[in-house]
Design a protein. Sequence first.
Lengths: 440, 482
Amino acid sequence: MKSEFQIPSSPVDLDYGYFSFSSKDEILEKSKIFWNPDKTEFWSNAGVPLVLDKRHEYFLYDVSGKRLIDVHLNGGTYNLGHRNAEVVQAVKAAMDHFDIGNHHFPSLARTALAEQLILSAPTGMTNVIYGSGGGEAIDISLKTARHATKRKKIVSVIKAYHGHTGLALPTGDSRYSRPFLCDDPKDFVQVPFNDLEAMDSALRNDDVAAVIMETIPATYGFPLPLPNYLQTVKQICERHGTLYIADEVQTGLMRTGELWGIQKHGFSPDMIVTAKGLSGGLYPISAVIANQKSSKWLSEDGFGHISTFGGSEIGCIAALATLDICSRSSTRIAVHHIADIIGTRLREIQDNNPDWLIGIRQNGLVIGLEFDHPEGAKYVMKHMYALGVWAIFSSLDPRVLQFKPGLLMTPSLVEELLDRTAMAIDRAKKEVFSVNQVKR
Amino acid sequence: MKLIEVKQQQLSVAKSILDLSKWASYRYESYGYQDVIAIVDALADRAFGLSEILATEEFLEINRGNERDKAARNKVFSRALSRTWQRLNLVDAKIESTTKMMVTPRPNGVVLCVVPENYSVAWIFANAISILLARCAIVFLVSPNIKDVATHAIRELVASAGAAGAPEGLILQLDVTGDAFEFASELVKNDFLQMASTAYAVSATVPCQTMNKQELTVPVVVDATANLEFAASEIVWSKSFDNSMMRDSESILLVEDKVYGDFLTEIANAGAHIMSDEECEKVREAIYRTGNLAASFLGLDAVSIAESIGVPVVKGTKILLAPLEGLFDDDPVVGGNDLPILGILKVENFKVAIRHARYLSQKKTTINSAVLYSRSTDHITEFASNVLARQIIINAGSCFGGINESEFQDFLLDDCFVQSSAKLHMTDLDPQQFVTWIKVLGDLQTFDVEPIRNKTGSKVGVTVPSYPREETIRPDSKLVSP
């Protein structure tokens, strides 16, 4: 074993200093043995035998050297690109002074980030509670809602996804909760998305602590909320003493063209949950931004929730740099340019494939492409991978491909992305329509 | 479209601004000729309308130069400039008349403009018009000494261009806290910048002239056939214009022996103070003590300079004239053009005058213009053929080359561009600098070439669409039934 970490000099050189492999096959084999056999095999079978090696800006490289344009971005973790230079610089500098810190004490970086998050949020937000990942932050928000309302029941939408931790898991689809015996329909009620009557009915008994919703449900394939849907849900919540938690893990941080997606809907939620992209893709951190009504426990018993890694100070620095970049007017306007160009081109692609690409769900750079096949997005994903683009299907609606371009993409990269995407959509269509391998 | 200001000068922040500019230029490339003209017209009209207000603000902020002259220059550099340059169509493909070759213009992308402190407003106007006509995007780099007026001017241009349909981010401003030229030099080392434009005098208070980045010399020949009264008055007007803050002004007079005496009389009548040898020494000692111009004198009028160095002059003196014995390289008065101080040399004849002008062109880094006062067609032709200036001005002051508020000739402006290779080269603000003409080969008989439209066609009023808010989401967007 070598003492220094070394970037391999060529795709076939898999000696990284602290570890080495003789071939990609060896990596995949050991991955199956020591890590996750099913997941490893799934991706190989799905035509995406990806083992990440180098990465920079919006490019990923397989260990074979194959280059991919990343429009999955780990759900927005890499909104600003992989290893964004500004964030890297901030984290490197932070490591000369800070470490994770001690969660018990007031901290320089946590306080600074909390202030910036409050300033960035819709009006009425007063406090920030930190976690280390999205699931933890969701758990914090649900615990916080239960403490504030003294109620236990949580309402979410069918096909929701809020993470895999203790309280987050039962808010989501049973595909993830049932295998671990975590589904709990008594305390975790699910209602159809965009159905106000169902929401009203679920809250009617004044026994619901919180409604939690992604502003645009990602894993469900980005179905867009109907006009006034979210506002009305908030009004229903207020009528029944229920708190509204906006899960902005994927829609936050300028992805919709506003810093927080909920800002487009003209109201302030009781809590905002942010994670993924907040880290700049470099150091894990998540946060709940809460208003005074919902965060009373912070004044009554500040030790009520403890997280050793929650709000680690290095993570706070990464988040401060990320928030700074995301908040710039230049970033916001660039997002609008990118969204407009991509939307226009996608509609052209749709016009050429009206029987295949049957829906484009777009809000800024939150984009879902709906195909006329129960697993259409898996086919498109495979062909996109072959053509050098990495985009993932929506696991709870595999008809829909999640298409999440980066906030800082350049015009030439967007053009290249769209050219490759058009070709992949066409190839997938031909495969599905002509070969008819899968029953349509 | 609102002005974006960036307070920091880190390269990374600048890069994000330039990235946005790339998007704006990308969008702007698809605009048709009429759309481009509409934007430039709107911008030039707004600039013209604000010429006087901005001149006042500029004068108050830098406290140098002449407010009235600044206003006049602002007017020239707005509407008149726009009208002249609009004759160029830098959008549509064309057949070159000489080669019969089809060429189509390709915008060069984003241009970084380092705003000079000596004539910031006019320079902002000229750059904006030139660069937008070429369908490029602009990032103005503004230093603190001129921040208020520059920001005001740029904000107005942004508003007018935006209202006329310019894409968001087409005109941006980047504030720097230190030397803008040095920051620009750092920026151009990076491959994310296509082109940069900068005047020489980047900083008036950080003694820019001592930086000696480029020297600019404008020799002026007055031959024996010239209308001496007119020549004297024109030279004094041009040299004293805005106290010589625009570096295109006259550097040295070369006057034929036959008319030298009469010319001195005329130029004295026009407002020049002819200095004695002793007074010339005072100038050299006080102003050029280090071999370079002391920045504290920049922008002062002739009377103020004279008083500060102990040279008695009458009220109303417009320039100080320094009779020279020869063109000595180590004499700072030879070739300087940043103050209303002008060297004058008596030459035996016209041939010698031309030889001296050529000598200056070889010795000095650049000669932007050379001026001849003459009524002889032969002299004009000979002068134009032999003096290595980039433009020859006949019987007109060099600071404007005979232009006025309504008519702008093809006049070279004092600027240089720094390309991304960081290699400096001298050129001018002609909008054609910002496009690359792409040759189109093939059998042109198959084309309907009159008129040939740009392949992207015309997009009237294309702007960044309203943000994709809930109410603007396509009504036919398909929602999933849960």
